[in-house]
Design a protein around this ligand. Structure first.
Ligand SMILES: NC(=O)c1ccc[n+]([C@@H]2O[C@H](COP(=O)([O-])OP(=O)(O)OC[C@H]3O[C@@H](n4cnc5c(N)ncnc54)[C@H](OP(=O)(O)O)[C@@H]3O)[C@@H](O)[C@H]2O)c1
Length: 350
């Protein structure tokens, strides 16, 4: 069977990456692409790297245009998806790359986003442990999927094994992330001009204001007996001059009595059978170049006894494993297709 697909936000970074991956998917026909201010223009004007899709024209993003497809991807600014998801009640499968359906807590939504709260959908990070098994099981046959925030899924994948196994203390997590500016989207922003980011590292959303914080607390709580409020995370992203990629360094105190072997086993056991989340051998740590273009999260782990903390360094491509790859992987699971179809573990380096 071939599934017809519509991709909204197709002129943007997330939509463009969804299209790049789907263009190589043998079970998918990309039938419709939509945009907003650029509607009416050829897709190739905005995504000149997508040569095989040069025949497509960007349409307006309306419920009528998105209706009638087997799968609809929403890759819109946060706060925009809800209106379409309500109107697309008959769509067999909708995957939202935005934040509108990620959070289970209305209070957290109000505190970090504001505006209309929409019901939470199945979270599109298959490898995440929960107290009821892997998130993958919830994705099987799902009809509504919320793809993750890129920083949020990177940090959650980094720490969930240790929280689930009780070998780290989640009340004192520190995460500092080097992030590429594509994570902030393609629309013009002065602070993301080349002259503002080349040759400099720029921290932003310092001091507990970043919108991905409640998403991380939600994921860590779902893997443990901790309430989201018991999970405290100091989260600092730093924009660095690389178009794509996230290198997240997360640390947390070692839980009382946890041995080095128990700590490493927690991560090893969580990801031993996973294709797209890989724990590197002891003493090895990832580079962002190792995952560019790949659907892989690579992580290295160190037990720092002198600091009494566990350190996890994780690299992902924000546009692949952080968004579009997670969305396509989740789609494959929901449709009963091979999970890794159209996705690669190999990065583009140097
Ligand atoms: N970038 C990432 O690494 C990343 C990672 C995880 C999740 N996400 C999520 O993915 C979503 C899209 O992000 P992005 O980075 O792709 O942003 P982007 O590059 O700025 O693209 C936004 C897209 O949405 C369209 N759009 C803007 N306003 C709209 C409206 N009112 N109605 C319909 N369409 C509208 C734009 O169309 P025009 O160009 O025609 O105006 C464009 O196609 C966001 O919710 C973001 O949080 C992004």
């Amino acid at each position: 069977m071939t599934y017809s697909v519509a991709v909204s936000g197709a002129s943007g970074y997330a939509g463009g990456e969804i299209l790049r991956l789907l263009a190589a998917h043998p079970d998918i026909e990309i039938r419709t692409v939509t945009a907003h201010s650029n509607a009416g223009q050829p897709l190739i004007e905005h995504q000149p790297h997508l040569r095989s899709l040069a025949h497509l024209t960007l349409h307006d993003t309306t419920p009528e245009i998105l209706a009638g497809h087997d799968v609809v991807f929403l890759a819109l600014p946060h706060g925009q998806s809800g209106q379409y998801t309500d109107a697309l009640a008959d769509a067999p499968l909708i995957i939202d790359a935005g934040a509108d359906h990620r959070l289970t807590s209305r209070d957290a939504w109000d505190a970090f986003y504001g505006g209309a709260f929409h019901e939470p959908w199945v979270y599109g990070v298959p490898e995440l442990l929960t107290t009821a098994g892997k998130q993958r099981e919830n994705l099987q046959g799902a009809t509504r999927i919320a793809a993750p925030g890129c920083n949020a899924s990177t940090v959650s994948l980094s720490l969930v094994p240790g929280v689930a196994a009780g070998v780290i203390d989640p009340s004192d997590i520190v995460s500092v992330l080097a992030v590429g500016p594509s994570g902030a989207g393609k629309s013009l922003k002065t602070n993301l001009l080349g002259s503002e980011i080349l040759g400099t590292a720029n921290p932003y959303a310092v001091g507990g204001t970043h919108r991905h914080i409640p998403e991380i607390r939600q994921a860590l709580a779902a893997a443990s007996s901790h309430a989201p409020d018991d999970i405290r995370i100091s989260f600092t992203p730093v924009i660095v001059p690389m178009a794509r990629g996230i290198l997240a360094t997360s640390t947390a105190p070692i839980a009382a009595g946890a041995t080095d072997a128990q700590i490493r086993d927690a991560w090893q056991n969580a990801y031993a059978d996973e294709t797209f989340v890989q724990l590197l051998p002891e003493g090895h740590f990832p580079r962002t170049a190792d995952v560019l273009g790949a659907n892989t999260a690579l992580m290295g782990l160190a037990v720092d006894r002198a600091a009494n903390r566990v350190t996890v360094v994780t690299a992902v491509d924000n546009l692949v494993k952080g968004t579009a790859g997670a969305a396509v992987q989740s789609m494959n699971i929901a449709l009963g297709l091979p999970e890794g179809r159209a996705l690669t573990v190999n990065g583009v380096a140097p």
